[in-house]
Structures are given as C-alpha cells and as structure tokens.
Design a protein around this ligand. Structure first.
Ligand SMILES: [Zn+2]
Ligand SMILES: [Zn+2]
Ligand SMILES: [Zn+2]
Length: 270
C-alpha cells in the first residue's frame, strides 16, 4: 500500500520535509523571501486530493487573484488532460468554467472571474472538480495569511509533495512508469525500468507514461505537463529539477526500440 501522506519540498529553499511540518516552514520561508508586500494579506492555500493526501500543494495567492487564476494553476500543475469543464464549490455556491454564452447557468452558478477575497476568508475550505465524467475532486483550505505576495503573478506554488515511491508491480524495485491499460487485473500497474525493457512486447507505447505527480494519474488521458507546471514555480527552478526528464527519454528509447532496425542503445537483448 502506498503511504497515506507524503513528504514534500519547499519551493523557496528546496528543503524536503513532511506535509504537516511544511506549513510552518513555508510561513517562515515566506517571511525571509523578500517578496513584495501587497495592499492586503495573501492567502496560503493547501490543495490536496479529496480521497488521498498523498498529493498536496501549498499555493500563495494574492488576495485579488481570481478563481480563474486558481483554475489555471490547478489545470497546469495537476489535472488538465483534454480541456474538460471545472467548477469550485464554496459555501454552497458553484463557480464554473462554463462560458457565459452557455445556457447552462442556473441562478446559483457564477463564472470564475471572481476575486478570491470576495468568496473566501482565513479558515475557508472548499472543493474543486475537474471533468464531470471521470471527475478529479480536490479539497482546498486556507491555512494561513501572509503579508508577502508573488512577485509578478497572481498565484505561485510554494510547496509540493515529492514524487511518490511506489514499488514495481513485478519485482518490487523502484517504480518509474504507469501502465494505464494493462490487459489484466489490475488494469493499471506501476512498473520499473528493467521490467519495462523486458515487457516491451506486451506494452503499447501510448499506454506507458512517466508516473505523474498528480491525483489525476491514470484518469482519462492524463499525462504530466511539466512545462506548464513550471510557470507556477518560483524563479530558479529548471525542468530537470522538478520532472524526471531522464525517465521520459529512457521510456521513449525503450518503446521505440522495437522499430529500430540494426542499432540499439540498450544492452539487453530481450
Ligand atoms: Zn523553505
Ligand atoms: Zn480528459
Ligand atoms: Zn520491476
């Protein structure tokens, strides 16, 4: 069984600590950040999977950031697969991404262009749903207020869970990839690099992906988009620091290997 919660990394100073201890750490780190003070306190928002706390984020949001900004961040970092609809539910009110032209709106439903400080306060908790078919539900809570705000954008990620360590289904070594439609029960498995090499025949390349650091892993056509996520990181982060680029390159090599005639970069001859 994977752990129910997982440690993470402070994106300001790159320290790795537990989920609960992270909040106090992050508040201290924000104080030392020399980021600008805004005309009102910013929200520190914890986001986590509704059914699992293995995946979590801490977000710093300017008080006047909109639900639309927050929706963009959640899509870029965690959930976007094929442009599904999304909605926040806050104190019984729904705020959704439907366009204003849709006849879909009911009385109690609003769009997303609402500033956060008009709908949430210091202890608010609320939910976010992405895709009303294979829905990913997230729980959000305001866990702190900070005098500082992100430098040049309405919201920024300040902490995030580390990549999960899930053992390979076959050999129990470090799992690296997710097979999203394994032709057996269970229909999704985590697999290591060596086992992927041994089983190229049984794996179709489109059904093997780098295990996503997201609660939407394995749902619909979800694949992590690290370049989109990186936009929400503080300055100084590179793709290689937050995404296993080498795992993806290796996967491409392994899965293309079938079609190579003649040369191979791999030393196994399965
Ligand atoms: Zn820190
Ligand atoms: Zn989708
Ligand atoms: Zn293995």
């Amino acid at each position: 069984m994977p752990p129910r919660s997982s440690p993470g990394t402070c994106l300001l100073c790159k320290t790795s600590i537990g989920r609960i201890a992270m909040l106090r750490h992050s508040m201290e780190c924000l104080k030392k950040s020399a980021w600008p003070e805004s005309d009102g306190p910013s929200f520190v928002i914890r986001v986590e999977g509704y059914h699992t706390k293995m995946f979590w984020l801490l977000v710093l949001a300017r008080h006047d950031a909109t639900l639309s900004d927050l929706d963009r961040l959640l899509r870029d970092v965690w959930v976007e697969c094929c442009g599904h609809l999304s909605a926040f539910k806050i104190y019984g009110r729904r705020f959704s991404s439907y366009s204003g032209e849709d006849d879909f709106n009911e009385d109690e439903e609003s769009g997303l262009s609402v500033p956060l400080d008009e709908v949430i306060g210091p202890d608010s908790t609320f939910t976010y749903e992405y895709d009303f078919g294979s829905t990913t539900i997230l729980r959000l809570s305001v866990v702190g207020l900070s005098a500082v705000s992100p430098k040049s954008q309405p919201l920024i990620l300040i902490a995030r869970n580390n990549r999960l360590e899930i053992p390979c289904y076959f050999c129990k070594e470090k799992g690296e990839y997710l097979v999203t439609d394994w032709p057996d029960d269970p229909y999704q498995i985590v697999i290591c690099r060596d086992c992927t090499k041994k089983k190229t025949e049984e794996l179709e390349s489109e059904s093997v992906i780098v295990f996503p650091n997201s609660p939407r892993a394995g749902v619909c056509g979800y694949m992590e988009e690290p370049n989109s996520a990186l936009r929400w990181y503080p300055a100084g982060w590179q793709l290689e620091d937050m995404y296993p680029v080498e795992s993806e390159e290796m996967l491409n090599e392994i899965m293309d290997n079938d079609e190579d005639d003649g040369y191979t970069l791999l030393d196994d001859d399965a």
